[in-house]
Design a protein. Structure first.
Length: 319
């Protein structure tokens, strides 16, 4: 039996969130599942060692509508591509008629999907849970998991001289947008607090956007000796280093999703996105701006994240 799962959301976090549902499908039918996902999900970087994934097929649709799979021509190109794989079943994690029709043209006999034309108000985790329960009698409540290769892990830890006798702390200091990026001064204060109590070193995870590099450089200027920048590495290369950490403190970014899926207790600094993205895993611990009981798009609370609140959370996790 050949099964396809279609997950067309853009980001790394979105892909990580859906991993338990894909794993549940694989176990239900005792077969590996192929994925149709956008390149921006970077799934090929962190699912290399996932034994329930058969293959990753690139969905080439873009905002400018000029992707290989956009438009009428793209419809039939994708249908032809999927037809060549001879899938028996497909689970479509969206309400799009387009993907439904593409799968029909591709000759896939069994199609399972969210209700058509009902995208508004869909819950990121509850909607796929409902779909799998109604269609396959599956109850999915487990956390996402990402797996690493032992040999690759050993090589990366040696290359970066990771001292396992120290408390290794991941700081996810980047973010996809400026409203998600906590100022460097807050991370610097947190580093001071941690070094007073622990023998520790810090792994700095961020992207290469200009503001992200400014934040990185400010932190390195404060403490270059105990801070290891990871910004020049691919996601695949960072995974063993992240997994070596005792704890992770991240902005709401790809690294908060990756670290929790690598089974690292993850404190998520929620500044400007719905709380769901910082607490869907049992080892995620959200920290909100001071004075707030909830956050969402437009909260703009990055200046109100308290280093002391983060530190108290760290102490409650690291015994």
């Amino acid at each position: 039996m050949k099964i396809l799962a279609i997950q067309n959301r853009m980001g790394i976090g979105d892909m990580v969130i859906f991993l338990p549902y894909i794993e549940a499908i694989s176990k239900k039918f005792s077969t590996r599942v192929s994925l149709l996902v956008k390149d921006s999900s970077k799934a090929d970087q962190y699912l290399k060692n996932t034994n329930y994934i058969e293959q990753i097929i690139s969905l080439k649709r873009h905002k400018n509508k000029k992707g290989l799979h956009d438009g009428v021509g793209g419809f039939f190109k994708l249908a032809n591509e999927l037809e060549a794989h001879k899938f028996d079943k497909v689970v479509i994690f969206n309400s799009s008629l387009r993907y439904n029709l593409i799968c029909r043209v591709a000759g896939i006999k069994e199609i399972f999907q969210y209700p058509l034309f009902k995208k508004t108000g869909q819950h990121v985790t509850e909607t796929p849970k409902k779909l799998l329960f109604e269609k396959f009698a599956l109850k999915v409540n487990n956390d996402p998991k990402i797996y690493t290769d032992k040999k690759h892990t050993s090589e990366m830890l040696e290359r970066y001289n990771i001292n396992k006798n120290k408390i290794n702390i991941l700081l996810g200091i980047g973010g996809s947008g400026p409203t998600k990026r906590v100022p460097p001064e807050i991370f610097i204060e947190l580093i001071k607090l941690c070094k007073e109590k622990y023998d520790c070193q810090f792994l700095l995870a961020t992207g290469n956007q200009e503001e992200e590099q400014v934040i990185l450089n400010e932190i390195l200027k404060f403490d270059e000796n105990d801070c290891i920048p990871l910004d020049k590495l691919s996601i695949y290369e960072t995974l063993p280093l992240i997994k070596s950490c005792n704890i992770s403190i991240c902005n709401d970014s790809s690294f908060s999703h990756l670290s929790s899926a690598l089974n690292v207790p993850t404190i998520v600094l929620m500044c400007d996105t719905p709380l769901l993205y910082g607490n869907y895993s049992s080892i995620m611990f959200p920290v909100l701006p001071e004075g707030y009981s909830d956050v969402t798009h437009g909260t703009n609370g990055k200046e109100k994240i308290s280093p002391m609140t983060i530190f108290e959370k760290i102490k409650s996790i690291i015994k």
